[in-house]
Ligand binder design. Structure first.
Ligand SMILES: Nc1ncnc2c1ncn2[C@@H]1O[C@H](COP(=O)(O)OP(=O)(O)OP(=O)(O)O)[C@@H](O)[C@H]1O
Ligand SMILES: O=P(O)(O)OC[C@H]1O[C@H](OP(=O)(O)OP(=O)(O)O)[C@H](O)[C@@H]1O
Length: 415
């Protein structure tokens, strides 16, 4: 499909305005950077600090209102094209494009100010660049068929809706965890677990535990599931780590990857405080997959490419020469070594030469895949059993006979 067609206003008219945020939370911080360490969170509100706590637990009624508002969008059968949502900016954007490129699915993005692009290898697929949370909302409303987001965003904005299906749960980037953190000092000095935090006598109806978080769905649910009765939540668009030091919150619930931001703000994680582990995932809507064969075909192709690439990323191909009496004898020697069994066992091929006018096997060439982590160990084991001329090459794709995640998906769809 040519971009010129995509640029026509019809598409822009078809694309609905973004849904309102799933949870209307009135409070957000604006801040300017002060001359402290980059990861220290100091917020300034025109020279004054402000203390705001907004209770944002969701009632059942609110949740069902949100769900019905997001599921009443356009139906998938209205559209002929297949829409894939990709993060428009932020941490996930570049890595997502890199993954697609590594799978020979480069996105052709002619104009960086436009939010629509194409993947020439995928017929009839429109790429829409959106904020991760909007990708999830638009999957729910039926305005996207497929999307790539962090599992945290999927869980927070997907609200457990069964129409969203994770097609690939481990795309290998955007790794982080959603975790509770508390100050290292003061009344929290000796608190090291969620249980201890819940049991602190300080939390009462009048003075509940105040948690600052951007995860207004997962936060209250997690705390309730873990026995916190006296707890309120406040929110902000970033720099949550500043909230305890500012006196706005007692604890925070935020994403952590290296842990540097917590450390530099005198905060610590606690045992049992991880709500979820996250990385980038490929999501599709059940409706699109069930109703449209072309969506299933494209999903299968993307999934197969992802699986083949990601399987290959951790492996090297190793070839070596070896003397021996037969292919079976050489194979047995290779298999006697723990790191040399490859993905399905070694390939052993005779290398022929002409001796006294006769064509005979001179030596054997073996080919195996070895995990990158076990490379040196494997080379040593090969040498021990007589391997020579060891060649190592990177692997690009490993296509298996079947794609396990595709089989799982068909089962989930009952197809
Ligand atoms: N250390 C980290 N902190 C935050 N997000 C991380 C981290 N490591 C990986 N991620 C992933 O990146 C995503 C954040 O991406 P991005 O910066 O675009 O989001 P955002 O700031 O939440 O989006 P928005 O600007 O739309 O509110 C997270 O949802 C998570 O999946
Ligand atoms: O464990 P670390 O590696 O230190 O990363 C964690 C920090 O990264 C994210 O913030 P980000 O940098 O995206 O800025 P934000 O606070 O404005 O969202 C997140 O909200 C944490 O603050």
């Amino acid at each position: 499909m040519s971009l010129s067609r995509l640029q026509q206003p019809r598409y822009l008219q078809q694309c609905p305005s973004p849904l309102s945020p799933s949870i209307p939370l009135p409070c957000s911080f604006s801040f300017r950077v002060s001359p402290y360490s980059q990861r220290q969170r100091r917020l300034r509100f025109g020279g004054h600090t402000s203390s705001v706590a907004v209770c944002c637990s969701l009632s059942q009624q609110q949740q069902s209102q949100i769900l019905s508002s997001v599921t009443n969008g356009s139906t998938v059968s209205d559209r002929k094209e297949i829409r894939l949502g990709l993060p428009s900016k932020g941490r996930m954007a570049a890595d997502t494009l890199d993954l697609l490129k590594d799978c020979q699915l480069s996105v052709k993005h002619v104009n960086p100010r436009q939010y629509v692009a194409e993947i020439p290898q995928l017929t009839n697929v429109e790429v829409w660049f959106q904020r991760p949370k909007d990708i999830v909302r638009k999957l729910l409303s039926g305005d996207l068929d497929l999307g790539i987001v962090g599992y945290d965003t999927f869980s927070e904005f997907g609200l457990g809706n069964e129409d969203l299906i994770i097609v690939h749960d481990a795309l290998g980037y955007g790794e982080c965890r959603l975790s509770i953190a508390i100050p290292k000092y003061g009344i929290f000095e000796n608190i090291n677990s969620l249980r201890e935090l819940a049991q602190m006598p300080q939390w009462t109806t009048e003075k509940p535990l105040r948690v600052a978080t951007g995860f207004s769905h997962l936060g209250p649910k997690f705390m309730k599931d873990n026995g916190f009765t006296h707890v309120t939540f406040s929110t902000a668009d970033g720099a949550l780590e500043a909230a305890p030091a500012m006196g706005i919150a007692d604890a925070i619930l935020d994403l952590v990857s290296s842990g540097t931001t917590l450390k530099e703000n005198n905060l610590k994680e606690i045992e049992g405080g991880v709500v979820l582990e996250s990385q980038a995932v490929l999501v599709a809507t059940r409706k699109s997959l069930i109703q449209r064969e072309d969506v299933r075909d494209i999903t299968k192709e993307i999934l197969e490419r992802f699986e083949a690439h990601l399987r290959a990323v951790g492996q090297f191909t190793v070839t070596a020469n070896m003397r021996g009496s037969s292919t079976e004898e050489v194979a047995a020697r290779v298999l006697s070594q723990p790191s040399l069994s490859g993905l399905q066992g070694p390939t052993v091929s005779p290398v022929f030469c002409k001796r006294d006018g006769e064509v005979v096997p001179d030596f054997y060439a073996i080919v195996i895949c070895v995990p990158k982590k076990a490379l040196y160990e494997s080379v040593q084991q090969l040498r021990e059993i007589g391997g020579s001329g060891v060649l190592i090459s990177p692997l690009t794709y490993i296509f298996e006979e079947v794609t396990p995640r595709w089989q799982d998906l068909l089962l989930k769809l009952e197809l």
